[in-house]
Design a protein around this ligand. Structure first.
Ligand code: BTN
Length: 326
């Protein structure tokens, strides 16, 4: 453990008490100027630390940045986030970074997190608006022992994990809009982009990217999405700890991934159906090349949407943009 990490642990332990530079230097067996330098670096990381010539240092507030050590603190998982967590203050896209890492052999459970994305990617070639430190932008690498045609299930699994994390921490009513938009009060709060690399007929890796609008104020939302998107801040009127939400997501994701591997997809799908109030509804679904309208009969065991149109024709749809009709 580095001196900086030790220093932070100690400042957290003494919770809100002043500690002299001399004492810290002695405790960590480094010079006082080294302590001063590490304190400066902790401040750069977003920790609010007061300094006084007479009294020393006092940790007022921990950082709200999604720092690796902060994410790990109290993370109740066995694999996800237990290996490497790669943190960026700014990057193009966490999915792009994760794909490079996976291509280089990074193991399952490797997590990439960014404060800001300059080229955040959404589904269907859209962009994902990713302002600095207002949302969660994260991607995880999985190497699931399933066949490529089962990969869509992983997106549904991730949407259940995001919904569970949001529900458990905010108690707001969370909806999933097929296949994987997370909504609060009919507006999108989170989205998922799954990318897969196959090798012959097996999956080499899957990258699941999740973006959540957490502390995004309305005026900060991109004008294009102001009518259709929301954030936790907008729904509750209060800033929300991003780290707690990210931890909860990783924990739920691991729970559902284990369930999927050991008990099959049905339990995950059943929970997904609880969050998605789409069955029996009339919808239109935009399939890029055409639009279909009809009643949703079911989401089948593979996560496909079963739609019956006016003429009674039944179609099985893998992915598309759904609009609920009254
Ligand atoms: C959607 O269109 O609903 C999917 C949005 C997915 C956004 C996340 S943010 C983290 C990860 N990195 C990306 O570039 N995209 C995903």
């Amino acid at each position: 453990m580095s001196t900086k990490q030790q220093l932070l642990i100690y400042l957290k332990e003494v919770k809100g008490a002043w500690v002299s530079g001399e004492f810290l230097a002695h405790k960590m067996t480094v010079s006082r100027s080294a302590i001063w330098k590490h304190i400066g670096s902790l401040k750069d990381d977003g920790y609010v630390i007061e300094s006084s010539r007479k009294k020393g240092y006092l940790l007022r507030q921990t950082s709200d940045l999604l720092l690796t050590d902060e994410i790990r603190e109290g993370l109740k998982t066995n694999v996800f986030g237990k290996g490497e967590i790669i943190y960026f203050r700014e990057t193009d896209s966490t999915n792009v970074r994760a794909k490079y890492l996976a291509g280089d052999g990074a193991p399952e459970g490797t997590v990439v997190v960014a404060e800001k994305q300059t080229q955040g990617r959404g589904r269907k070639g859209r962009s994902w608006f990713s302002p600095a430190s207002e949302g969660i932008y994260t991607s995880i690498i999985l190497r699931p022992p399933i066949s490529p045609n089962e990969a869509p299930k992983l997106t549904l699994m991730a949407s259940v994990a995001v919904a569970e994390a949001l529900l458990s921490l905010t108690k707001l009513k969370i909806n999933i809009k097929w296949p994987n938009d997370i909504l609060i009060n009919g507006r999108k709060v989170a989205g998922i982009l799954t990318e897969i690399s196959t090798d012959m007929d097996r999956i080499d890796y899957v990258v699941i990217g999740v973006g959540v609008n957490v502390n995004t104020p309305r005026q900060s939302l991109h004008p294009d999405i102001r009518q259709t998107a929301t954030s936790i801040l907008m729904e509750t009127g209060k800033p929300f700890p991003r780290i707690a939400l990210l931890r909860a997501y990783l924990e739920w994701l691991e729970i559902y991934y284990e369930t999927f591997k050991t008990k099959g997809f049905d339990p995950v799908m059943n929970r997904w159906k609880n969050f998605a109030d789409i069955i029996g509804r009339r919808i239109s679904v935009d399939l890029m090349d055409r639009v279909r309208m009809g009643e949703v009969l079911d989401i089948d065991k593979d996560g496909f949407l079963i739609l019956r149109d006016r003429e009674g024709t039944i179609e099985r749809i893998i992915s598309g943009d759904v609009t609920l009709l009254s």
